[in-house]
Each structure stands twice: as structure tokens, then as C-alpha cells.
Design a protein around this ligand. Structure first.
Ligand SMILES: [Fe+2]
Ligand SMILES: [Fe+2]
Length: 167
């Protein structure tokens, strides 16, 4: 069994991950709208990843005998500005999620919940990757600015991303 505090916190994290999916779906739609199909694809893969993150929490809560409680998902923004700003928004959001995961880990330590600490380690590693991927794209966007041939090249690069389900 998990404690009530852990159960509540994990249920909140399901909501955070589903909001992430919602935010990226909105970013994908915005990118498609301004003709950046590769960007749209990258964000669409991100949607799938976030849903899979929420599923992992969902199954874990059940596995530990906890109760699932689905909370209301907030409305994400629908306007994002320049291509650079799309990824600035993404980095800011991923940094927020990293904080959520760290808070969950702190709680698991406080509650002496060893199984949850091991479970959460996957997310700690995942967040390092998430932030690093986004930073790499951001750096390129900063180099090329928001237009021209460079943007076309980055869009092409982002168009090849495919979804690999987490293990
Ligand atoms: Fe996530
Ligand atoms: Fe993420």
C-alpha cells in the first residue's frame, strides 16, 4: 500500500503529465498553423510521450493498491509567438515538471517509501533527457534566428522524430 499523501501526489502528477500532453497538443496545432510541419510533428510525439508518462503513474498507483482520482485538466495557451518562443515555453514547462518530480522524490523519501523512490528514478533520468533535448533545439534556434534557410533545415530535422514507447 502507498500512503494517502503519496496517493494524492501521484494522482496530481497524472494531471501534470496530461496537462503536458494538452500543452504540447496546443503547441503542435500552433506550429502546423504557421507552416512548421516538422515542429508540429515534434510536439505531436511529445504528446504521446506525456500520455505514456501519465499511464506509467496510473499503473503504478493501481499496482500499489492506491485509488485513481482524475482531476480537471486546465486549458493550455493557444498563442505562442515565434518558433524560438515555442521551445522557450517547452523548456520552461519541462523545468516545472522536473521540479514536480523532485518534489515527489522528496515526499517518497520523507514517507520512507522505497518502492516509490525506485519508481521515480525513471522520471528523474527522463527529465534530464527532456531538458537536454529541448536545450539542444533551443541553442540551434538561437543560432539561426527565426527565419530563412536555417529554420527550414531545423523544421526538416524535427519532422523525422518518431515515438518510442518507454520501457
Ligand atoms: Fe512527462
Ligand atoms: Fe515532458
Amino acid at each position: 500500500m502507498i500512503t494517502n499523501r503519496m496517493e494524492d501526489a501521484f494522482n496530481k502528477q497524472i494531471n501534470e503529465e496530461l496537462y503536458s500532453a494538452y500543452l504540447y497538443q496546443s503547441l503542435s496545432a500552433f506550429a502546423a498553423n504557421i507552416g512548421l510541419e516538422g515542429f508540429a510533428n515534434w510536439f505531436q510525439i511529445q504528446v504521446q510521450e506525456e500520455i505514456s508518462h501519465s499511464q506509467k503513474f496510473y499503473h503504478y498507483i493501481s499496482e500499489r493498491g492506491g485509488k485513481i482520482k482524475l482531476l480537471q485538466i486546465n486549458e493550455p495557451p493557444s498563442e505562442f509567438g515565434t518558433p524560438l518562443q515555442l521551445f522557450e515555453e517547452t523548456l520552461k514547462h519541462e523545468q516545472h515538471i522536473t521540479k514536480c518530480i523532485n518534489d515527489l522524490m522528496n515526499l517518497a523519501i520523507e514517507e520512507k517509501d522505497h518502492a516509490s523512490q525506485i519508481f521515480l528514478q525513471w522520471y528523474v533520468t527522463e527529465q534530464v533527457e527532456e531538458e537536454n533535448n529541448v536545450k539542444t533545439i533551443l541553442d540551434k534556434l538561437k543560432l539561426i534566428g527565426n527565419e530563412g534557410h536555417g529554420l527550414f533545415m531545423i523544421d526538416k530535422e524535427l519532422s523525422v522524430r518518431v515515438f518510442t514507447p518507454p520501457v
